[in-house]
Design a protein around this ligand. Structure first.
Ligand code: SF4
Length: 339
């Protein structure tokens, strides 16, 4: 592996201001950076009036994962994704399960991994997709973008697993580069985002924009006891998804496990997830899944004839009956990316 000088970000993702200051356009923090300053994420920096991405080519975590683990359930089921992340994040969630990399402020990785090398690895391990995940990928979008453009030349798809505070500039750049996203909708509460996550509450705008530009979108909510498990609160998220994104949008209800700075509460009870599941169905959502609770069965049913179409056990596909994107029994089109 080679080392490489710092990566200067394409000028479409930052704006020059007066006095050598620049404004980073990679996420909705829109940090205004003086010379030598890094933003909230710690990995984008003003160097001599240019935006430099300090984690370009500096991979902190790399794995082959089932696509179901992202989770994406309506996207090439039963295939794998070469999954990568860097250090840094633009949120500070006290329950982060990847805090060792996301909250790391120093780029410790010495080796430079070129976009070509990532694509070669994906092809070598027969992954169908490259997933930008583990920490928030919009903070390393310049790297993800270069990998994705190369990956597409080999027929690979690209997905974001994200907290939803991408800038509009990044989301509008995604069509033809990024195919799908799983977006965390952490709470329907502006104060919670500002106070606890140290980030703007922009996930609704991002989700709607992603849908508008044509990305396949699935939503995940980590249900945390005492934080966002109140039925009225969950109903607001379910109604938003149903009314603004469409009832065909999959919603993943994920169990919390004590981690990082939030070790003072219990893991989410299955009954709490099932209550959220019922709320989602009442709001009209057609594809609702419960996750992160061990080897649980999760089935995709045809919304018209209600026959089981994809049966999963944990991350494993037990059966997949979807045929050319349709239910084989009643021929209803099933939303998603199937090939
Ligand atoms: S990516 Fe976001 S947090 Fe990082 S410098 Fe840019 S605007 Fe700030």
């Amino acid at each position: 592996m080679e080392t490489q000088s710092p990566h200067i970000v394409n000028s479409k993702f930052y704006r020059k201001l007066k006095g050598g200051k620049i404004k980073c356009l990679l996420c909705r923090h829109y940090c205004e950076l003086n010379e030598g300053q890094t933003g909230v994420c710690s990995v984008n920096k003003n160097e001599t009036g240019q935006l430099v991405n300090l984690v370009y080519g500096k991979v902190a975590t790399l794995n082959i994962d089932p696509i179901e683990k992202k989770p994406l359930y309506h996207f090439l089921p039963g295939t794998t994704a070469l999954s990568l992340g860097t250090v840094g994040c633009n949120m500070q969630c006290s329950f982060c399960q990847n805090w060792q990399i996301s909250q790391e402020k120093t780029v410790l990785q010495k080796d430079f991994v070129a976009p070509d090398q990532i694509v070669d690895l994906a092809l070598k391990y027969k992954a169908k997709t490259i997933a930008y995940t583990y920490n928030e990928p919009t903070i390393f979008y310049p790297y993800a973008r270069d990998i994705a453009l190369k990956a597409r030349q080999y027929g690979l798809k690209n997905v974001f697993v994200t907290n939803g505070i991408e800038s509009a500039e990044v989301v509008k750049d995604m069509p033809g580069i990024i195919d799908a996203a799983n977006v965390d909708f952490k709470a329907y509460d502006e104060n919670y985002y500002r106070r606890e996550l140290k980030a703007p509450f922009t996930v609704r705008e991002t989700l709607q924009l992603m849908k508008q530009v044509g990305l396949w979108v699935e939503v995940t909510t980590l249900i945390i006891p005492g934080i966002n498990d109140v039925p009225e609160h969950l109903k607001k998220i379910a109604d938003f998804i149903a009314q603004k994104l469409g009832t065909e949008t999959p919603w993943h209800l994920s169990a919390f496990h004590p981690d990082y700075k939030m070790k003072d509460r219990n893991a989410t009870a299955v009954s709490s997830l099932e209550q959220a599941y019922d709320i989602a169905l009442k709001s009209g959502l057609k594809f609702v899944y419960i996750g992160n609770v061990g080897m649980r069965k999760n089935t995709t049913f045809c919304p018209h004839c209600h026959k089981a179409l994809i049966e999963r056990l944990g991350y494993q596909i037990l059966s997949d009956k979807i045929t050319d994107g349709h239910c084989p029994y009643c021929h209803t089109k099933i939303p998603g990316i199937w090939n």
